[in-house]
Design a binder for this molecule. Sequence first.
Ligand code: BEZ
Length: 220
Amino acid sequence: MSLRLGDIAPDFQADTTQGTIRFHEWMGDGWAILFSHPKDFTPVCTTELGYMAKLSSEFEKRNCKVLGLSVDPVENHLKWKVDIEETQNYPVNYPMIGDSTLAIAKLYDMLPADEPGTSEGRTAATNHTVRTVFVVGPDKKIKLHLTYPMTTGRNFNEILRVLDSMQLTAAHKVATPVNWENGDDVIIVPAVSDAEAKEKYPNGWKTVKPYLRIVAQPGN
Ligand code: BEZ
């Protein structure tokens, strides 16, 4: 059965470009992004991993570690990192897992479906990971799960946006509306009564409907 939001992210030990890590221990008490790409030395993946490297200081500011994964061996990741920095202008300073046995890919359901009509199991086309992203919270529970098509590079700004939203929710009991960006107004969650809201927001809020109460982003 596949992993669901709210499940504990399975712990594992892995060989990475920065040595052996145990996932939960490596996370410490912060957030983590575990993301897989299909193959080293491929064009879309090169742009994706370079962009993740560009954003890594933003994730660090948010106490969120980044961990890449593919079924390529660590030696290949180390060679490919040079190309990524050369072409995308940012060094890949987060660890990349070499999941050659597919153990973690299977644990996190990151593999595509087997091709119909093949009885011998996985083929060259199906034994690589699809573009998957997991965001894991400090409680080690899965907070976000995305799967993207092979030929579409992901929008990692969106992962940063969702992380900002989730961290605001954790700190202030607010939710964020459609297309929200950091700094925009937020929504007071229904679990917060008007009496509690009055204490939290003495300057008031806008009641569009009793269930839709808009307030300036706390701490902004
Ligand atoms: C790419 O990153 O460009 C790619 C990887 C695997 C299959 C197709 C494209």
